[in-house]
Design a protein around this ligand. Structure first.
Ligand SMILES: [Zn+2]
Length: 60
Protein backbone atom coordinates (compact mmCIF):
# COMPACT_ATOMS: atom_id res chain seq x y z
CA UNK A 1 0.00 0.00 0.00
CA UNK A 2 2.02 2.94 -1.22
CA UNK A 3 1.48 6.11 0.74
CA UNK A 4 3.24 8.56 -1.51
CA UNK A 5 1.51 9.86 -4.58
CA UNK A 6 3.32 10.18 -7.86
CA UNK A 7 3.87 13.64 -9.25
CA UNK A 8 2.09 15.75 -10.20
CA UNK A 9 0.40 15.85 -6.86
CA UNK A 10 -3.23 16.58 -6.46
CA UNK A 11 -3.86 20.01 -5.09
CA UNK A 12 -4.32 19.91 -1.34
CA UNK A 13 -6.79 22.74 -1.35
CA UNK A 14 -9.33 21.56 -3.85
CA UNK A 15 -8.51 17.85 -3.86
CA UNK A 16 -8.21 17.86 -7.62
CA UNK A 17 -11.45 19.66 -8.27
CA UNK A 18 -9.88 22.87 -9.39
CA UNK A 19 -12.99 24.40 -10.84
CA UNK A 20 -16.42 24.34 -9.32
CA UNK A 21 -19.57 25.51 -11.00
CA UNK A 22 -22.05 27.02 -8.61
CA UNK A 23 -25.64 27.51 -9.51
CA UNK A 24 -26.82 30.82 -8.18
CA UNK A 25 -30.50 30.10 -8.63
CA UNK A 26 -30.93 33.21 -10.67
CA UNK A 27 -32.58 32.87 -14.03
CA UNK A 28 -31.41 34.77 -17.02
CA UNK A 29 -33.93 36.35 -19.39
CA UNK A 30 -33.35 33.52 -21.87
CA UNK A 31 -34.31 30.88 -19.32
CA UNK A 32 -30.87 29.49 -18.55
CA UNK A 33 -29.52 29.48 -15.05
CA UNK A 34 -26.80 31.88 -14.09
CA UNK A 35 -23.74 30.03 -12.85
CA UNK A 36 -20.50 31.04 -11.25
CA UNK A 37 -17.28 29.25 -12.00
CA UNK A 38 -14.83 29.29 -9.14
CA UNK A 39 -11.22 28.43 -9.82
CA UNK A 40 -8.96 27.24 -7.05
CA UNK A 41 -6.43 30.00 -6.33
CA UNK A 42 -3.83 27.58 -5.07
CA UNK A 43 -3.38 25.55 -8.21
CA UNK A 44 -4.86 28.11 -10.56
CA UNK A 45 -7.32 25.66 -11.97
CA UNK A 46 -4.88 22.90 -12.78
CA UNK A 47 -5.84 20.63 -9.90
CA UNK A 48 -2.22 19.86 -9.15
CA UNK A 49 0.42 21.40 -7.00
CA UNK A 50 3.93 21.69 -8.30
CA UNK A 51 6.51 19.58 -6.43
CA UNK A 52 8.70 22.65 -6.22
CA UNK A 53 6.14 24.50 -4.15
CA UNK A 54 5.88 21.57 -1.78
CA UNK A 55 9.64 21.40 -1.40
CA UNK A 56 9.82 25.05 -0.55
CA UNK A 57 7.13 24.67 2.07
CA UNK A 58 8.72 21.57 3.58
CA UNK A 59 12.24 23.15 3.53
CA UNK A 60 12.63 24.44 7.11
ZN1 LIG B 1 -6.46 23.55 -6.18
Amino acid sequence: MPQHTPSPRVCRDCDGFATAVITTGTRRPDGTRATLTVTCPTCKGTGHTTPTADLVRAGR
